[in-house]
Design a binder for this molecule. Structure first.
Ligand code: OGA
Ligand code: MN
Length: 200
């Protein structure tokens, strides 16, 4: 038996069903409060190392202006989230034969006024990102604080998803989506379930 268990709140059958039907899935209250507290602490302790996010050949502030920190072994609490995502990948592989092998992840911080314009995470199938995931870790979020994830599902329906604390959203990486302008600091981990190893 593998030592890393999925959180009890993480119903992978439901994720599989949602991905199949609509190309995205939402899991609320995925982690225990103890884990959330530890993760918020780790993220906050590193906020001054966050850097402007690059898009392919550089920083283009009209497209996105959040700041990010790639997750490496020096961030052990965030690594546990990656371990959860690896378990989910195994289950998705068994069901959809996606061939997921790697998880690539960064923290993201959107300060007030920050956004990420409409995009796909896997434009023209140019990279090996298959499933995108976003986990929200700010302590609270009010409906009038903006920062929603606006996403077109695989049936061409648009959804506006609030970045609720302790919520994880998974979606097919070729779906169109954007982050609407945030009015408060918005903290998250974006992670991609990939077909190959990450090439830096
Ligand atoms: C991304 C992204 C969505 C979100 O990082 O590519 O689209 O809700 N994030 O943070
Ligand atoms: Mn994206």
């Amino acid at each position: 038996m593998d030592a890393i268990q999925l959180p009890k709140s993480c119903n992978v059958d439901q994720i599989i069903d949602d991905l199949d039907q609509q190309g995205f899935s939402i899991i609320d209250d995925i982690y225990t409060q103890d884990y959330v507290n530890a993760l918020v602490k780790e993220c906050s302790a590193h906020l001054n190392s966050f850097r402007e996010a690059a898009i392919q050949n550089g920083v283009i502030q009209t497209i996105r202006n959040d700041q990010i920190l790639w997750i490496d072994p020096k961030l052990p609490i965030a690594q546990q989230h990656i371990a959860t995502l690896k378990r989910i990948s195994e289950r998705l592989n068994q069901y959809f034969y996606l061939g997921l092998k790697e998880v690539e992840a960064h923290f993201a911080c959107y300060n007030s006024g920050d956004f990420y314009a409409l995009h796909r995470d896997n434009p023209q199938q140019k990279n090996n990102r298959v499933i995108s995931t976003v986990y929200y870790l700010h302590e609270r979020w009010q409906a009038d604080w903006g920062g929603e994830l606006r996403l077109q599902d695989k049936n061409q329906q648009w959804h506006i998803l609030l970045p609720q604390p302790n919520r994880m959203v998974l979606f097919e990486s070729d779906l169109l989506h954007e982050v609407l302008k945030a009015k408060q600091q918005r903290l998250s981990i974006t992670a991609w379930l990939r077909r190959d190893s990450v090439l830096f």
